[in-house]
Design a protein around this ligand. Sequence first.
Ligand code: CA
Length: 228
Amino acid sequence: MPASILVVEDEPAIQSLIEVNLQRAGHGVILAADAESARREVQKALPDLVLLDWMLPGMSGIDFARQLRADPRTRRLPIIMLTARAEERDKIEGLDVGADDYVTKPFSPRELMARIKAVLRRNAPQATDDAVELGGLRLDPATHRVTAGAADVALGPTEFRLLHYLMTHPERVHGRPQLLDQVWGDHVFVEERTVDVHIRRLRAALEPLGLEGLIQTVRGSGYRFSAQ
Ligand code: CA
């Protein structure tokens, strides 16, 4: 699944270099030239990752990163700092503030894309194109197919995203609000029982294969994908 990536960068040339490369990699790009407009974008919808320039007009990237880390809604948002500063001390400050990685300018687009992929893999595996295999199921985001052995599992787009999220975060209980945020997008106003409807459809699609037990209901808490 393509990731939505917020690029906070005030230099137009670098901004468009990043934009072109992200789009080529299949990602959705949101551009902001300063922390203030980045904050507005984040309020509208949570991206999967933020590429954040350190030196910005107005509030610095490092202070914006600090703000993101202080807010429960954005605490876990993956952040890659972009900077012209190459000093070790700066790097440590960047990582201290909770950035997931740190890329020094000038960077090669290839290196940046590789870093983005690594951070997404660690923090938002549902936003990568990596196939997931678990519990006898194989889900391939690149081809949008789910298979169990030789059998195809036909899923609607929402069930596909739901299964992808659950399979990339297995053995953990996910509450309905959390699933809504992660699968439907936060700030999308959908009732919590919508989750139940799609879980039911997902189970129904897995049932002919005898795999519906992979999706477990945890009473009072939510749902879990368990291959155990
Ligand atoms: Ca800058």
